[in-house]
Design a protein around this ligand. Sequence first.
Ligand code: 13P
Ligand code: SF4
Length: 311
Amino acid sequence: NLSGLDLRAEIDRLRKERNAVILAHYYQKPELQDLADFVGDSLDLSRKAQATDADVIAFCGVRFMAETAKILSPDKIVVLPDMDAGCSLEDSCPPEQFAAFRAQHPDHIALTYINCSAEVKGLSDVIVTSSSAEKILSQIPADQPIIFGPDRNLGGYLARKTGRNLLLWPGVCIVHEAFSETELLKLKAEHPDAPIAAHPECPAVILDHADYVGSTRGILEYAQAMTGDTLIVATEPHIIHQMRKSLPNKTFIGAPGADGNCNCNICPYMALNTMEKLYLALRDHQPRIEIDEDLRVRAKKSLDAMLAMAS
Ligand code: 13P
Ligand code: SF4
């Protein structure tokens, strides 16, 4: 029974005792973002996980992010507060089916979004994040055929933006897929001067209305730089916590789903992590990420290619 515990103080005590670093994604609950040593987008979190000299990485994010940390830092103990924190994009791309798809297109290389399993990373040539995809794509020769998976929305966005012909895997993020164009246009009519910042995991009907498209870090930088006082944010709404902290006098509105509010766009996987589970993970070193060494080495190749090409 944890009810009598000052969880924040206990987490701080264990973080020191265990020589742990707490990494958090911008889609985590505010209390987890606030106690983390570092909050970032997928690329920055990978870089932090690779560079840390802590003994333990407590990853407040989803499983593929914690797996990435373990692949890049195999000697560290990596804990994830809730092992069920998966991702619909990962689920949309079973490794056997991805391997079969690759086998059907032997002349294509596989450029793969980091939101996938370690197995799919092992079957890929280069991993990308939303903040690095365009830069990495620009380094691949124009005549090289490319499979892009698992996110068909990010892939479609990249294809439209760069004019490249990408062979898309049909996966989607259930969170970004849930935004409603009709409700967004109603909101925009109420706030005609407010720009829309959107994550590239949104479908094209949403991105078509966006003034800015980018990763979570990119959206935060756009908010910092904007001159107006209101921003409509088309990504998981917990990111708005950072905006309200650093820009308390501005107004941030989460883009709506079909029910007219942004609560249906909370990521159910990210939401599984809690203060209680983080405390237990630091105390018990469980749930812990373990990856078979042969798989880790295969997956690391495509992640190393990302880190080199994104730098
Ligand atoms: P980024 O933070 O890299 O933009 O990724 C968003 C996301 O959906 C993570 O699951
Ligand atoms: Fe996966 Fe979407 Fe949740 Fe990100 S927001 S972890 S892509 S389900």
